[in-house]
Design a protein around this ligand. Sequence first.
Ligand code: TXA
Ligand code: MG
Length: 305
Amino acid sequence: MSDTSEQAAEALRRGDLILLPTETVYGLGADAANPEAVAAIFEAKGRPRFNPLIAHVADAATAETEGVFNAQAKALAEAFWPGPLTLVAPIRDTTRVCDLARAGLDSVALRVPAHAGARAVLAAFGGPVVAPSANRSGRPSPTTFADAVEETGFAVAAAVDGGACAVGLESTVVSVLGGRVSLLRPGAVTRADLERVVGPLDDSGEGHRSPGRLTLHYAPEAPVRIEAEAARDGEVLLGFGPGVGEPRWSLSVSGDLREAAANLFRLLREADRTRPVGIAVSPIPAEGLGEAINDRLRRAAGHVG
Ligand code: TXA
Ligand code: MG
């Protein structure tokens, strides 16, 4: 049974998840501005990592309210939108796409899908919708409504049947950060298609080495100490659970992993801004979303590359 685009938009407004048909693959969608809804995506997918997600918008004008488009970005948007192309651009300071959806990065991945069902949902909702492929982690991306329902239907409040996906492969992801155009993920829009519009792509990988460009992992300036029982002198303690540290610095006072995931990147950033000697983080349980939270914290603490 398919829900209407209006019902899907209503579900997004309530903070619930939806199944979103697109021309590439079915997406598991949430309001990009709602970190708890975004945390629910990672929970449903059983994804042990917080990857930055693609924010889907109704048109290029809306995309430009979320990201800053240089001449190359505008040319690519003009040539391939709506369609299976995702552009990674610097965020506008007014962006609605929350920290967790961007994995704390100051860039944002934007796409205007061509599929009529996706466009109807985005138009009815108005804001950006993050949607990774609707499969559970480690399984193939669903390209039919039945497969999408089988994969993550249990987690959604509305599911829009848009038939079989015409492309059947995830969108091409292109970065336009730092004045370079580089291919981050190949897809239906080919290198040759892109080069016809913007000339030769940059394959130097240079961006990956320069912080704030393509580096996929946000890390605070302050050293991060994990599994901490208490703050040491000059440290901010990000607590977890009742009575641990100051409530304003708590990932979740009640010990709720979804809330902790929703707060993680914001609190790391805010703690870092106080220029502490270090950021200490309470132990986080390993189960469920805790696995992704701990993965991110181990990276921030320099325990993983
Ligand atoms: O076809 C698609 O793109 C599907 C449908 C549902 O639209 N969606 C999809 O989303 O594949 P997702 O979230 O699974 O793909 C995100 C991709 C990843 O390769 C991720 O690394 C990259 O986009 N990405 C997102 N934000 C990024 C950023 N700020 N910098 C670099 N890469 C980014
Ligand atoms: Mg996927």
